[in-house]
Write a protein of this length. Structure first.
Length: 153
């Protein structure tokens, strides 16, 4: 067996979000009651020049930094960016959608700390759009996370 490093971490986070996101969005819809958050249509693990479905989530590996390592093992910090992309004809509602998708992602990642066995730290949330442009009906927001994982080969 070999070290899987950041690829395995991305796969675990993707599977966890896919499994739990719909229920979390339903919770938020009930709490707020002003509009319905659409379920995430598609999850990607790569940057795309065009996104065919909305809302979508991208889970992108940014870096791996070994903390300690030895023969056949490594304890490493992996930095990921989880991007939510959404669209809405009302720009204020679009922004609120992104706030709520970010909240859902963060709450699920906090819950994953115990269920998935990772040390997960939220390093920040950014709301300036990369995929959408100011004044359009498409925008995105990003959660930057750092996970620590011990692996053996």
């Amino acid at each position: 067996m070999s070290l899987k490093l950041i690829e395995a971490v991305i796969d675990v986070i993707k599977a966890y979000l896919e499994t739990n996101m719909a229920a979390k969005l339903d919770e938020l819809d009930t709490e707020y009651g002003d509009f319905v958050l659409a379920d995430i249509d598609k999850y990607y693990v790569a940057e795309l020049s065009a996104i065919p479905e909305y809302p979508s989530i991208l889970i992108l590996g940014e870096s791996t930094r070994p903390v300690t390592e030895g023969a056949g093992w490594m304890n490493a910090d992996h930095t990921l960016t989880v991007v939510a992309l959404a669209t809405d004809q009302d720009t204020e509602r679009l922004r609120r959608r992104l706030y709520r998708y970010m909240r859902a992602i963060i709450e699920l990642l906090v819950a994953a700390r115990t269920s998935e066995g990772y040390v997960i730290n939220i390093d920040g949330v950014e709301f300036s759009p990369l995929y959408g442009r100011s004044g359009t009906f498409l925008s995105d927001a990003r959660v930057i996370i750092r996970l620590r994982k011990y692996e053996t080969s």
